[in-house]
Design a protein around this ligand. Structure first.
Ligand code: FES
Length: 113
């Protein structure tokens, strides 16, 4: 199976980290492995929204639709916008190869990145 490429753009847009993932990997896990400032406090239980990412508008329609519960959590996420998603709810597949997401400025992180 070929690798899936994901691009993580820093909150101010100046830095992009290109990561590789495997089919079935969780986007949040890949972000954390690659030192992205996403807390993911609830570890995918859809109870925190600290894994909020902003999907590149060009890629947004490639993602499966968010569940109602995810939409509800996104309503609470700071700085959420139309193309926001919860990274813990995104399973990477070959259809998502080349996905670009931005880490929101408002993300609460401990590293001050
Ligand atoms: Fe908490 Fe995604 S890790 S909602």
């Amino acid at each position: 199976m070929s690798d899936i490429t994901v691009n993580f753009v820093s909150p101010n847009g100046t830095r992009t980290v290109t990561a590789t993932a495997k089919e079935g990997d969780c986007l949040l896990t890949i972000a954390q492995i690659n030192d992205q400032a996403l807390e993911g406090t609830c570890e995918g239980q859809m109870a925190c929204s600290t894994c909020h990412v902003i999907v590149d508008a060009a890629d947004f329609d490639r993602l499966p639709e968010a569940s109602e519960m995810e939409e509800d959590m996104l309503d609470l996420a700071a700085g959420a916008r139309r193309t926001s998603r919860l990274a813990c709810q995104i399973t990477l597949t070959s259809e998502l190869d080349g996905l670009t997401v931005r880490i929101p400025t408002e993300s609460h992180n401990m590293q001050g990145v």
